[in-house]
Ligand binder design. Structure first.
Ligand code: KG4
Ligand code: ZN
Length: 334
């Protein structure tokens, strides 16, 4: 069978990334240019600065990726692009670049939902087996998605307020941990003990999540201790917070696996990099005889390789857009 090469773009937040993926599973080359250091100064991503940097970087990143792959655009079968959701200014830069190349080189344009990308990052580890349950945990999403086959996404539950990564980042800001907070809280949690009495978030029978109450509990605790002149033990607080978050994610995921009679679990999104969550899922899946796939750390956070993997299946299913394609700050996964 002839190989299919996808040139993919991802620029939904603060990473400018371009990748070439063969047959939805082999990474030929990926370049990720992160703006993390620039935004760290402000304690979070500043949308205007992000889009301006994407404009400055995108041409260079395309050139570097093609050079690394030792390929030309003529050899590419289709161009995949994150059309949304994300920061609108950032999305538009990637979209414009993808459209321009699609027009000049007469290549099909394949729109990819950012979360479909995170899910298909798992296909870069090993072929995804259906039916499966996807636990999506990122800065903007927390949901359980049942997939019967490729590109069939059935959301069975999701967050009612903050996304899990968002809760990590907000807690990090309160306890004065530098941006990006998630990975640092994760590291601190490993050094600490679960000593703080924090609430279990939305411990009910649904597949929904709610992290704002837990986040507020951490903020209040921090505030009260500060007023009393007591020193907070950051590592212990990080450990207590992380345990409450990961316990509920794991509990509801395991319940969903059982109810939907699914044996394959995949994890998607930036928080899939979380060591606490990874180890608890590994243990539970082993105990229950489930097959667990988690992308390697570099494919957990935003990158174009995952868009190339998802784009391949979208392309095979004929999900092609014309040059009127527009970016969407919000859109449901479908
Ligand atoms: O998927 P992603 O790169 O961007 C979005 O699509 O949102 O996820 C970024 C989120 C941030 O909130 C970041 O703090 C969180 O993922 N994150 C982590 C870890 N690594 C990244 N959260 C907890 N533990 C980690 N190790
Ligand atoms: Zn993401």
């Amino acid at each position: 069978m002839k190989d299919t090469f996808i040139l993919a773009f991802e620029s939904s937040c603060d990473e400018t990334s371009v990748s070439i993926i063969r047959n939805g599973c082999d990474e030929i080359a990926t370049v990720v240019l992160s703006q993390m250091d620039i935004h760290a100064e402000y304690g979070g991503v500043v949308p205007e600065i992000a889009s301006r940097n994407h404009v400055e970087n995108i041409t260079l990143v395309i050139e570097q990726c093609l050079e690394k792959a030792n390929m030309t655009i003529e050899e590419i079968d289709a161009i995949a692009i994150t059309y949304g959701p994300g920061l609108i200014g950032s999305l538009l830069v990637g979209l414009q670049a993808a459209k321009t190349l699609a027009y000049i080189y007469n290549k099909p344009l394949v729109p990819v939902h950012h979360i479909a990308g995170h899910i298909y990052a798992n296909n870069l580890v090993k072929p995804m087996k259906f039916p499966l349950m996807a636990l999506v945990v990122s800065g903007g999403h927390t949901e359980l998605v049942y997939m019967k086959e490729d590109y069939s996404f059935k959301k069975i539950g999701g967050t009612l307020d903050d996304a899990v990564g968002e809760a990590y980042d907000k807690v990090a800001r309160v306890i004065k941990v530098p941006y990006p907070g998630g990975p640092i809280i994760d590291r601190l949690a490993y050094e600490g003990e679960d000593t703080y009495n924090l609430p279990i978030p939305l411990n009910d029978d649904s597949y929904n999540f709610s992290f704002s109450g837990l986040k507020s509990a951490v903020i209040n605790l921090h505030h009260n201790e500060e007023q009393r002149g007591n020193e907070i033990n950051k590592a212990n607080l990080a450990c207590s917070f992380q345990n409450r978050v990961s316990d509920i994610l794991v509990k509801k995921t395991m319940k969903a696996m059982k109810e939907y009679n699914v044996k394959n679990l995949i994890v998607a999104g930036g928080v899939a990099a979380n060591k606490g969550l990874r180890s608890k899922l590994e243990k539970e899946c082993k105990n229950n005889g489930y097959e667990l796939t988690i992308p390697s750390i570099k494919y957990c956070t935003d990158n174009a390789a995952m868009i190339g993997a998802a784009g391949y299946y979208a392309y095979k299913l004929g999900r092609i857009a014309d040059l009127n394609l527009n970016s969407k700050a919000n859109d449901i996964l479908k």
